[in-house]
Design a protein. Sequence first.
Length: 565
Amino acid sequence: MAIHKYRVMEISSRNVVEGTARSPHRAMYKAMGLTDDDLGKSFVGVCHTGNEATPCNIHLPRLALKAKEGVIDGGATPREFSTIAVSDGIAMGHEGMKSSLISREIIADSIELMMRAHQYDALVGIAGCDKSLPGTMMAMARLNLPSIFVYGGTIMPGILDGKELTVVDVYEAVGAYDAGKISLEDLKNIENTACPNAGSCGGMFTANTMASISEAIGLALPGSASPPAEDVRREKIVYDTGKACVQLLELNIKPREILTFEAFENAITMLNAIGGSTNGILHLLALSNEVDVKLTYDDFERVRKKTPHLADMKPGGNYVMNSLDKIGGIPFVLKKLAEKGLIHDNCMTVTGRSIKENLSSMNIPEHEQQIVKSVDNPIHSVGTAVILRGSLAPDGAVIKTAGVEMTKFTGKARVYDREEYAFDAVSKGEIDEGQVIVIRYEGPKGGPGMREMLATTAALVGQGLGKTVAMVTDGRFSGGTRGFMVGHVAPEAYVGGPIALVNDDDEITIDTETNIIDLHVSPKELEERRKQWSPPKPNYTRGALAKYASLVGSAAQGAITSAKL
């Protein structure tokens, strides 16, 4: 259904620049080079998460200039601002990773404050690294002003001996080196090759997963997710986004009209069809909260069970985002799903048109390729973002099954109260086949910040243990993690969840076919252990991490913060 210009634009910026009382405000704008003509137009905030912390974001200030050109050519006045972004890859494996998930909330909060303070009328949000994508989209949903998200783009793969590499290959190479499987020279060659330029990590890790979701959920322009960061098309995409945002403002279409329950079902479908990161579950729960859409683990399971896994993407598969882009990107996947009635193609998008109308206006040719399978002949008949429940995780846990051959694992627990302790044990070769590594007190409150465990999981894979051990944690996993790895265990250890009561050599069963995660300890024994248990002292008593720990809720609800009014 096409949207026509029958609505009245809401121009909040007039509160700031019109009337004699606003002469001081205009004076400050004129100090920045704006004219009366500029001040007479709508104001569009152009936010980016550019910084020198990560290749994912280093080019975003340049892209913001293109978005501003689009806004100007669309007939509005752009106002650029930036916010933080944490590099998950560089924060990984040490204390810094506790800041990662917290940054999602700070990004959303800071965009909200900038937009509210200056009364901008619409928003273009440009983001690169993992948490900056959902953080930006959460701000858009919260503000409910005409808004369009645009991705900074994926990195190109590194090429070594004819093999495409990503940063995950470097993490796994560390494990291989520790196990004596490769030389120091081999490790250095991989390190020097894997990340050749700007852009977000190249597999279907968290950033590319959320970028794909941004198209499926309707917040980004069609075809904007897959072109690489350094591709000449990326600048045009960002320019077009700026121009389209002005049109969206004229149509007065807001995120709450786009982010319907059906749109979230489309996002869950995309998550499973591409074998995306389990972080997508956490972020969709958080995003749905911003628009008061009730989304639960049951919805994720219901949609997963009717969604085939189509895209053969790293880390579980063979291809990177650049490869998917070459065959048509996310519109190519959406078209396959829409043809079989697996998405709600009547959902509104930021173009002012439905997904069906967007797809029909695009040239998406069918051609011989191996990356995205047909719905009738998928990689897996059901999706890969699996929700588990059981005596170890009564409120739920998650596992990604893309690229995982086994469906059931029973083993003896090896328990660690910090990720570093587990990583040291792996590095020293202290983990045996058949064990279940339990890493706890790393949840949203307990860490705080729910650290990702890529350094540890990749080291296991590099040592050749990826198919013979399992891991369970109340923390998270990078989108680059592969193997039988269960995260988001809820309730978390810090609040007294059953994971806090696990002892070494307890037997644990994980079954992805029956959605079970059970601790084989009798209720009576667990009750005795609970009487002896007390929560540990908090790791932080002041500052941002302490504030977050006091406000954050369960991973099963998206690890969102609440003012608890």
